[in-house]
Design a protein. Structure first.
Length: 300
């Protein structure tokens, strides 16, 4: 019996499997990137989406599969690692779920959404409840191909959307390791006052934005100072970033913190657990993350 299913990001099945094993979660099978478990669902930072109430259903026909899903609820998203044609025929019989790209800043979807997949042509796995409000955990945006100097801004947009808050024009932001300025650009576009800290320069188009101040300093040598938001997308070992985060939290200097925890080589699960153990913290894997996690902290 499958009691939980965890969807890994593409090419990141190994960190998810390692994390689940550390939590004592058994994986009985993989269905594409979906790890199936007989154990109750747990939070898994490396899961793009967690299916919290999966049910195996006999579905000998396309109609019976669609009828079974509609009998449970209205909105469903399909995960289709195989059996594409049959899955498409079932989808055609369900109410449409249009996963339009978001225009940032905006709230994450709040409508109820379930997930399903075909384990075999005649067997359905369907979960009316799942952790992500997005189809297969894929948070997509209407992109800006002109303003930002890199695509890193998409990661920040997703983090703030998942955080369900973002800086306002009345707030101050400190962006550590800011160069070339993808995050600084995104924060300045929100109207916040942004101080970008990096030994390397910002892209000129970002540095000349009216609400951006550039400081050529070391992010790790900076003493905590009062700000509303602290951001970091620095390439650094997780334990070094953890010490920096603790320094700022202990000083009471920032109201909110958003950091990328980057892993070089094997995944440092001990460090990820240490970030997650900080009171008020969330540690999640974003759709736009690579071999990294995102740390969110602040008042709820």
């Amino acid at each position: 019996m499958t009691r939980a299913a965890y969807l890994a990001a593409e090419d990141l099945e190994t960190p998810l499997a390692e994390e689940l094993t550390r939590r004592g979660v058994t994986i009985t099978a993989w269905h594409g990137r979906l790890a199936l478990s007989p154990d109750p669902p747990q939070h898994a930072a490396w899961a793009l989406d967690t299916w919290a109430d999966p049910r195996e259903i006999d579905a000998p026909t396309v109609k019976s599969a669609a009828d079974a899903l509609r009998a449970m609820q209205r909105n469903w998203a399909a995960y289709t690692p195989d059996l594409y044609r049959r899955s498409a025929l079932i989808t055609e019989r369900l109410p449409p779920v249009k996963a339009r790209p978001l225009t940032f800043p905006t709230e994450a979807p709040t409508s109820h959404l379930g997930a399903w997949t075909l384990l075999a042509p005649d067997r359905l796995l369907a979960s009316p409840a799942k952790s992500s409000p997005f189809v297969n955990g894929e948070c997509l945006f209407v992109e800006d191909h002109i303003g930002p100097p890199s695509r890193a801004y998409l990661k920040l947009w997703e983090a703030l959307t998942r955080f369900r808050r973002w800086p306002t024009p009345a707030e101050t932001c400190l962006d550590l390791g800011a160069s070339p300025g993808g995050w600084t650009w995104a924060l300045a576009k929100l109207g916040a006052d942004v101080t970008a800290v990096d030994r390397a320069p910002l892209a000129r188009t970002v540095a000349t934005m009216p609400n951006v101040t550039e400081r050529h300093e070391s992010a790790f040598g900076l003493a905590p100072e009062p700000v509303d938001w602290l951001f970091s997308d620095i390439i650094a070992y997780p334990d070094r970033l953890l010490a920096l985060v603790h320094k700022w939290i202990d000083a009471g200097a920032a109201r909110y913190i958003v950091c990328t925890i980057k892993f070089q080589g094997p995944t440092d699960h001990d460090a990820a657990d240490a970030f997650a153990a900080i009171p008020g913290a969330q540690v999640i894997h974003l759709f736009h993350n690579k071999h990294e996690l995102t740390f969110l902290w602040g008042a709820c």
